[in-house]
Design a protein around this ligand. Structure first.
Ligand code: BGP
Length: 492
């Protein structure tokens, strides 16, 4: 079966502001929760740096799925001897013209980026949006339009103005719903006529803790209360977006790198079904517009009585129904396994002995992507959008800065072939594919620079030193050819 994709299939790349954009204090941008997060590595987890009322500084592990609770009385601070990667990131803020030209050079038809909430509402509570902040994204969109690349905007990618985290405990408060909807409305009024595809949140099923959700406590009731408030905020935003932007399409993005049962022992298979529901809880509620029947079981697993313990307004049920998503967006990088008795991995698990291991321990599983695409569509029956997929690797540039990244080409060739099979053979409706991340940027989980994903090398090291020069890698020309042939060349 041919690997050529349907004519209107969107090809592109994805980035997140605090890993890519930099310019953290430009045009009145306010501080965001990730601005206080240090760099790290697999051996030395990232930290949030905080000061206690008695003057003591504390370092709290901020890592993605393993964040430590932040004491209510702690205040985030910048320490002179620490490096905070989000401040400069790889400086898209000053390189956007050059970077978008490079994306256009590959033939991108879509570019997924996130808007920094605190660039539009610096502390989250202002009455009017920051005009200069809007202007920056106007410039970005104008540049995209020049090359006929359409934007796919992530309204909120794992962060919030730090003021809202400190004052309201982030998403655990319903106040965040009101402020988020106000922010989204400002984006719709300003960019609505220029953007059709929107994502309300990034990897909402993995979001927890101070960095991604502004909530001081990372687990238990607070986490699921925050999730409920995000569901309601997303639904209100979808409804509003449909009203303000005719023809607009809304998704939320889920981390759906999958996990298989370790064996065919019924106990392992059942355990796996239960733990995967921890992710489906998020997809089902937002994709179908109501909480699934197994919701109480999930909550009980986290020490919560059930939905009855989550604070809801009487109108919330109707809101969820009215604000269902138009499509399901997801990230897929790898797969893992789990067995009965393991703790629930909502993203992750043990290594699969049948899979080749890639750097950072990720199991290479292209068929798992096809499996996941089918699984989502079978369940929700709404179009899907693959908005993150890619391989982090240590690239070794030659004396001219050129990287021969055959390993990345191999990864993408296999994954894109699996995408084509899901579309052409299994008939899964898929809007497009945005590779993470077309230009090298800072890793979310480790804060490193050496975990590179791009088609384009950026001359910068783990501590932010370097010329920031952009140099296309071997995979750049390869991807250009794949896009030119609309996937047909995947067979070559
Ligand atoms: C997802 C995030 C991205 C991105 C990606 C790769 O979880 O949505 O922001 O960073 O994973 O992960 P990492 O950067 O940790 O390698």
């Amino acid at each position: 079966m041919t690997k050529e994709l349907p004519k209107n299939f969107l090809w592109g790349g994805a980035t997140a502001d605090f890993q890519y954009e930099g310019g953290y204090a430009e045009v009145g941008r306010g501080p965001s929760t990730h601005d206080y997060e240090t760099n790290g590595s697999p051996e030395h987890p990232r930290h949030h740096t905080m000061k206690m009322p008695n003057g003591d500084t504390i370092n709290l592990k901020s890592s993605f799925l393993d964040a430590e609770d932040v004491p209510e009385e702690a205040k985030p601070v910048w320490l002179k001897d620490q490096y905070y990667p989000s401040h400069q990131a790889v400086d898209f803020y000053h390189h956007y013209k050059e970077d978008i030209k490079l994306m256009a050079g590959m033939g991108f038809s879509v570019y997924r980026f996130s808007i920094a909430w605190s660039r539009i509402f610096p502390n989250g509570e202002e009455n009017e949006p920051n005009k200069e902040g809007l202007k920056f994204y106007d410039n970005v969109i104008s540049e995209l339009e020049k090359y006929h690349i359409q934007p796919l905007i992530t309204i909120c990618h794992d962060e919030m103005p730090v003021h809202l985290a400190l004052k309201y405990d982030g998403w655990s408060s319903r106040k965040a719903i009101e402020l988020y909807v106000k922010y989204a409305k400002a984006l719709f009024e300003h960019f609505g006529s220029r953007c059709k595809y929107w994502l309300t949140f990034n990897e909402i099923n993995a979001v927890r803790g101070f960095g991604p959700s502004g909530v001081h406590k990372a687990t238990g009731l607070k986490r699921y209360q925050a999730a409920h408030n995000m569901f309601v905020a997303s639904a209100k935003t979808v409804k509003l977006g449909h009203k303000l932007i005719p023809g607009s399409r809304f998704g939320t993005m889920y981390a759906l790198s999958t996990c298989y049962p370790a064996t065919c022992k019924p106990e392992d298979v059942f355990h796996n079904q239960q733990e995967l529901r921890e992710n489906w809880y998020f997809v089902d509620t937002m994709g179908r517009g109501y909480y699934p029947r197994y919701a109480d079981e999930i909550l009980q697993h986290h020490g919560i009585e059930g939905l009855s313990e989550i604070k809801m307004d009487s109108a919330d049920q109707q809101t969820l129904k009215d604000g269902q998503l138009d499509f399901i967006a997801f990230s897929y990088y790898r797969s893992n396994i789990s067995k009965a008795g393991d703790k629930w991995f909502n993203v992750g698990g043990s290594a699969n002995p049948y899979l080749e291991k890639k750097p950072w321990g990720w199991g290479l599983d292209p068929l798992g992507l096809r499996y996941t695409m089918n699984m989502i569509y079978d369940r929700i029956q709404k179009p899907i959008f693959i908005v993150e997929n890619g391989m982090g690797a240590i690239d070794k540039p030659d004396e001219n800065g050129f990287v021969e990244d055959d390993y990345r080409i191999d990864y993408l060739q296999k994954h894109l072939s699996a995408v084509a099979d899901a579309i052409n053979i299994d008939k899964v409706p898929c809007i497009g594919y945005t590779m993470w991340a077309p230009i090298d940027l800072v890793s979310l989980s480790t804060g490193e620079m050496k975990k590179r994903y791009g088609f384009v090398y950026v001359d910068m090291d783990d501590l932010g030193h370097g010329s920031l020069k952009r140099i296309p890698k071997k995979s750049y020309a390869w991807m250009k050819h794949i896009i030119e042939t609309n996937g047909k060349a995947l067979d070559d």
